[in-house]
Design a protein around this ligand. Sequence first.
Ligand code: E4P
Length: 221
Amino acid sequence: MKLFLDSANLTEIREAMAWGGIDGVTTNPSLVAREQRDFFPLLKEICETVHGPVSMETTCRDAAGMVDEGRVFAKLHPNIVVKCPLTKEGLSATRRLTGEGIRVNVTLCFSAAQALLAAKAGAYIVSPFVGRLDDISSDGMELIREIRTIYDNYHYATQILVASVRHPRHVVEAARLGADIATLPFGVLEALVRHPLTEIGLERFLKDWEQLSATSGRKGL
Ligand code: E4P
């Protein structure tokens, strides 16, 4: 499974690239707004930093506007994947952009029926939001299971990107269910690394090593 970073913050992106082995980045208007920077230079810098797809969301409600915006984003860098919302207008824009060879990530997906329509529109990626479903007492991971089954039944090539990830169990479950990608906030990526037994184990090993060095009078290797 590929791991993307769900962030528009260049410090986080650079750090995640160094140790997290991330394969791409997803952004959304809220994440970009948080950065308080001129939008196009920021987007370009993100694309030049990441060796993989960078999703950027259109900000219009109508298909024509989404198509225009999508074309502008796509020209900016080959890594760009244009995000369109899962609405009638968004699906229509997806068809048109896909027809022009522009990759589209259909976002804000909350049902298997919506995911079926995204695949039929030719989406490169579909983004079901598991955390937001869990927040309203629905079952986000069950949605991933349903979409995986449907896409496998009909050999749809659209990649399932698990979005709105809140904790490491979401990531593990996404991988168990055969999702293609999970996009993680930086905090969740950090949480994937940590385990108390790793920290306790390392402390013990290093303490024993220090004791040996003290008794043998030997410093380092
Ligand atoms: C995905 O592309 C979205 O940016 C993101 O996962 C939304 O997550 P949230 O529900 O934490 O805002």
